[in-house]
Design a protein around this ligand. Sequence first.
Ligand code: ZN
Ligand code: ZN
Length: 136
Amino acid sequence: MNPPLAGGCLCGAIRYTVSVPVTEARVCHCTHCQKASGAAGAVNAVIPSSTFAITQGRPRRYASKADSGRTLYRYFCGDCGSPIYSQRETAPETAVLRVGTLDLPEGLRITAHIWTKSARSWHHIDRKAKLFEGQP
Ligand SMILES: [Zn+2]
Ligand SMILES: [Zn+2]
């Protein structure tokens, strides 16, 4: 997918743009992403924060201690609850975008699965992707 890309939450209160191509995504199977998504985990693209801009609304922020031991800020829509992106407290230059919130989430390839040690047994893992038991 080529920039500029746009996306937002389910209710439309939060809108954003991304100014870099997003072609690779990774699946996070950590227990926090399972809780936060209500599903098997999260599908994310790691992008420079400088290329990501909120253009409408103001996401709420939840600070959680990740399984890795670090504090992770999870940003989501306070109205509809859609997770939008996350950032490590110690790495604000990087944004981890939930690619399902892109308006046209096409042209993406799953290149890695992380935190496979907590993956749910009922969720498919592509063994051809890079696999990490924990945080890469
Ligand atoms: Zn919303
Ligand atoms: Zn996770």
